[in-house]
Design a protein around this ligand. Structure first.
Ligand code: SAH
Length: 456
């Protein structure tokens, strides 16, 4: 460790990188001691106060910007400092995409020992207003006024409404209307500390293609006072609202949704179409949050899978089945596996609604289900893997290799576990053929990638 570095010391630092937590990174002194600084960008030269000095790196706070990076921009959101939802709002979107592409390349190089040749990064078609779902906590301030908004950075303090740039503007308007309604009738918000009060969350969904909106109030009870007024307010002011639902959640703890939904008005679900697949969404259905970017991501999967119509495709970690279903007309047989029973019900319903008859979905752990399919002699030509952030289980990859597919197309939301899993497949006779990054969550630190691995 550099002996000269101490807590509270102010150093002059050139920021040269951006970590996948959204911190700028620079190296200090002859030993190139790593220092991470929030709210900085590659190209910044800054005075940095060290707030935490550890053995091999330190965290600092930006004191003064001596020379701002060309990537910088003024955060274009009034609450971005308090909220902390968007950790990359201080740099341009172009710089963000560059950084995200770098994270993917870096992970493959460092963790998989692969020198990748990345295909052009796919930005989100829109960096703002892209979310089709919002879950606003509802609370009350000291004076008892209702607050609907978001929690401040690292806290449980509610900041009211402030238009969130990631949500469609109509969501903000609906939230304001609901806040006025709750306020007018003095309907109490739920309080986590005591378990008392009624209204917990306002949950909104919009179908990007259909335009249909679902308004769902999550409550600690079975009914809402003044229901008729609530319904007419919403449907008169927002003609695209086609479903108004209560979700009953009487559990303590911070899980947002309860298991039971009661439709107050309109349909139980809203519709949307994703990559040619018509879907119906209940409050509990799993669905891609950035519709347009998800379609672009799926088109990369389609290209990498290169189906001709004769193949058996296994979609592991399939969620509500949309990736596989969007390919069903290009393969002979589609199998999907997913651990959440409701998602599998959604997948089956989605197949039926779209008249897809060559698909079957199984509920279970990816590793166990794949092992069983392998034992039954199922030999998919293409296996699609879209695991959660922790990546694939060793057992799942074992079973994948046992089925001996010609191609594995991996979709990943975590470059580090993706690189680890690519390495494991590379050790078992697969070669990384193509890789491409895509952004589904602009202004946040999340990034997706698609990889094609082929059997050697
Ligand atoms: N492919 C889907 C969603 C993938 S998200 C889409 O594009 O919409 C990852 C999915 O993996 C989630 O639905 C999650 O429930 C599921 N999952 C997590 N652990 C699993 C496991 N051990 N076995 C099977 N599925 C799992």
């Amino acid at each position: 460790m550099d002996r000269q570095l101490e807590k509270n010391q102010v150093i002059s630092l050139e920021i040269t990188g951006l970590t996948n937590e959204g911190n700028g990174a620079g190296h200090f002194g002859p030993n190139r001691f790593a220092v991470f600084v929030p709210d900085t960008a590659p190209g910044d030269r800054a005075q940095v106060r060290l707030v935490k000095v550890l053995k091999s790196y330190a965290y600092g706070r930006l004191e003064k910007l001596n020379r701002p990076s060309r990537d910088r921009m003024e955060p274009d959101c009034p609450v971005s400092r308090v909220c902390g939802g968007c950790s990359l709002r201080h740099i341009s979107y172009e710089a963000e995409c560059r950084a995200k592409n770098g994270w993917i390349e870096d992970s493959l190089r460092r963790l998989a020992g692969i020198q990748p040749n990345l295909e052009p990064f796919q930005p989100s078609p829109s960096p703002d207003h892209y979310r089709n779902k919002a879950q606003y906590p509802v609370g009350q301030d000291e004076e008892g006024s209702i607050r609907i908004g978001f929690y401040a950075k690292r806290s449980h303090r509610l900041v009211d409404g402030g238009e969130c740039r990631l949500h469609p503007p109509v969501f903000t308007e609906i939230a304001q209307e609901v806040r006025r309604f709750l306020e007018k009738h003095r309907i109490p918000a739920y309080r986590e500390e005591t378990g008392e009060g009624l209204v917990r969350h306002l949950y909104l969904r919009i179908g990007q293609i259909s335009g249909e909106i679902m308004v769902c109030l999550v409550i600690n009870g079975r009914t809402l006072p003044h229901i008729q007024e609530f319904i007419s307010l919403l449907k008169n002011r927002f003609p695209m609202v086609s479903s108004i639902v209560l979700n009953v959640n009487r559990n303590k703890g911070n899980v947002i949704l309860g298991g039971e939904c009661v439709t107050l008005w309109g349909r139980d679900t809203i519709r949307d179409t994703l990559a040619g697949v018509e879907v119906e969404l209940s409050p509990l259905s799993f669905y891609q949050v950035n519709h347009d970017a998800a379609e672009k991501l799926y088109s990369v999967v389609k290209e990498y899978a290169g189906l001709t119509g004769t193949e058996t495709v296994l979609d592991l970690y399939c969620g509500a089945g949309t990736i596989g279903l969007s390919l069903a007309d290009r393969c002979k047989r589609l199998l999907g596996v997913e651990i959440i029973p409701e998602a599998i019900e959604n997948a089956r319903a989605n197949a039926a609604r779209n008249g897809i008859q060559n698909a079957a979905f199984f509920c279970g752990d990816a590793g166990q289900a794949a092992a069983r399919l392998a034992e039954e002699g199922i030999r998919p030509d293409v296996i699609i893997l879209d695991p959660p952030r922790k990546g694939c289980d060793e057992a799942a990859l074992e079973a994948v290799v046992r089925m001996n597919p010609g191609k594995v197309v991996m979709v990943s939301c975590n470059p580090a576990t993706m690189a680890r899993d690519c390495k494991r497949l590379a050790e078992r006779g697969y070669r990384l053929e193509r890789v491409r990054g895509a952004d589904l969550f602009p202004r946040t630190c999340h990034v997706e990638a698609v990889v094609l691995m082929s059997r050697i």
